[in-house]
Design a protein around this ligand. Structure first.
Ligand code: NAP
Length: 339
C-alpha cells in the first residue's frame, strides 16, 4: 500500500517530507532488543510503503549507523532514485560546555561519517540549560554550517517559546521545533503555536501515541504498574498522563477516541495522530518504530484516509477540558528536560 499525495508536504522549498516520520529513539536500547538485520529490513519496508522520513539523534544508540547501512544497501539494490526522496533528520544534543566552532564541526562531522552523508538533511539542536548561554554560540555555528552547505536545514528540539523567539530575532534560519504534542500534552497551544504562525516555522510532534498508551491495547484495562511499562517511552508518557489527570479520565479519553475511530473505520491510534496532524502549525508527527520488533505500517497508512469533523473535535475537547493544564504544572515546551 502506497501513501496518498496528502501524506507529503514541504517543510521548506527544498525539503519534501512524509507527514508521518519514523522515530528511531526506539532503537536506542530501552525499548526491547533490536536485531540489526531485522531493523534494516523494517526500515526498507517503511520506505517501500511511502514512510520516507526518519527522525533520529546522535545519542539514539546505533540509529545513525543504521542510516549508513540502509543507504549503502539501497544503493547496492539500485534504489538511488527512491533514496533521493528519503530524508534523515538527526539531532545534536551536546552536554552543557563552552562551545567553539571546532566542537560543533566535530559533532556534525561524526554524524556525517556515521550516516555516510556529506550533507545532513536536517540537524535539530537541543540544549539542556538556558542559564548556560553557550547555546547562542552553538546555534550561530550550526547556522554557519548550514550556510556552508554541510547541513541542508536547521531545526530545534524542545526549545520553549522565549528561546525560539530569541533565535528568530537573531536572524537564525530555523525551520522547525520538535516538541511533545499529543491529546495529553497540549502545551504547544499556549504560546508556541502563535509564535510559529507569526514567523512561519513548523512543529514536529512526538509523543502523539504516548508510547502506545493511546491505543486499543489500554482501552478498558487496569492501570499498568511500573513493571508493565516495559519501554522507556511507555514509562515517560504514563508519568505525563498522571500529571494530566488520572487513569479514570484517561479511560474516558480512550473510550471517546474509540467511538470516533469506529465512526471512521480506523483505530484509536489513527484518531490520536490525526488530531495533532490537523493542527495548522504541525507539519509532521513522529511515530516511534521498534524496528524488527513490531510494525504498524498498514495501520498508520490509514491516518491519511479520513479527517475529523466538528462533532469529533467537540467530543475530544469535552474530555480535555476536565484535565489539568500541563503548561501550569510543567511549563512551556521542553521544560520537563530542564527542571
Ligand atoms: N526530541 C525529543 O526529546 C524526543 C523525545 C521523545 C521522542 N522523540 C521522537 O519521537 C519518536 C516517537 O517516540 P515516542 O516515544 O514519542 O513514542 P510514540 O510515537 O508515542 O509511540 C510509539 C509506539 O506506539 C505504538 N504504535 C505505533 N503505531 C501504532 C498503531 N497504529 N497502533 C498501535 N500502536 C502503535 C508502538 O508500540 P509497539 O512497538 O509496542 O507496538 C510504538 O512503539 C521517537 O522515536 C523520537 O524520534 C523525540
Amino acid at each position: 500500500m502506497k501513501l496518498p499525495s496528502e501524506s507529503r508536504t514541504n517543510l521548506n522549498q527544498n525539503l519534501k517530507i512524509c507527514r508521518i516520520l519514523n522515530g528511531m529513539w526506539q532503537v536506542s536500547g530501552a525499548h526491547g532488543h533490536i536485531n540489526k538485520e531485522q531493523a534494516i529490513k523494517s526500515m526498507e519496508r517503511h520506505i517501500d510503503h511511502g514512510f520516507i522520513t526518519w527522525d533520529l539523534a546522535d545519542h539514539y544508540g546505533p540509529a545513525e549507523d543504521y542510516v549508513k547501512i540502509l543507504r549503502e544497501f539501497m544503493i547496492k539494490q539500485k534504489k538511488e532514485e527512491i533514496l533521493k526522496e528519503v530524508r534523515f533528520f538527526t539531532k545534536w544534543v551536546p552536554r552543557p560546555q563552552k562551545i567553539t566552532r571546532e566542537i560543533v564541526e566535530e559533532a556534525i562531522n561524526i554524524s556525517r561519517r556515521r550516516m555516510g552523508m556529506d550533507v545532513l538533511d536536517m540537524v535539530q539542536f537541543h540544549w539542556w540549560d538556558y542559564q548556560d548561554k553557550n547555546y547562542l554560540k552553538a546555534i550561530e555555528f550550526l547556522d554557519d554550517l548550514r550556510q556552508e552547505g554541510i547541513i541542508a536545514s536547521l531545526g530545534l528540539t524542545n526549545f520553549d517559546t522565549e528561546h525560539v523567539k530569541e533565535f528568530l530575532n537573531m536572524g537564525i534560519n530555523v525551520v522547525s521545533n520538535q516538541v511533545q504534542y499529543s491529546l495529553i500534552d497540549r502545551r504547544p497551544e499556549t504560546y508556541m503555536a502563535d509564535l510559529c504562525e507569526k514567523y512561519g516555522i513548523k512543529l514536529l510532534a512526538y509523543g502523539t501515541l504516548c508510547g502506545g498508551l493511546l491505543t486499543e491495547r489500554y482501552l478498558g484495562k487496569a492501570e499498568p504498574n511500573r513493571q508493565q511499562l516495559n519501554t522507556a517511552s511507555l514509562y515517560k508518557y504514563k508519568n505525563m498522563i498522571d500529571r494530566w489527570g488520572d487513569w479514570n479520565l484517561f479511560q474516558k479519553m480512550l473510550k471517546t477516541l474509540k467511538n470516533i475511530a469506529n465512526k471512521h473505520n480506523v483505530s484509536i491510534a489513527n484518531v490520536a495522530v490525526r488530531y495533532i496532524l490537523e493542527k495548522p502549525i504541525v507539519v509532521g508527527a513522529i511515530i516511534g518504530v521498534r524496528l524488527g520488533l513490531s510494525e504498524h505500517i498498514k495501520e498508520n497508512s490509514r491516518i491519511f484516509s479520513f479527517s475529523l469533523d466538528q462533532e469529533d473535535i467537540q467530543k475530544i475537547e469535552t474530555i480535555s477540558s476536565k484535565s489539568n493544564d500541563l503548561f501550569q504544572i510543567i511549563g512551556d515546551c521542553g521544560d520537563e528536560y530542564r527542571s
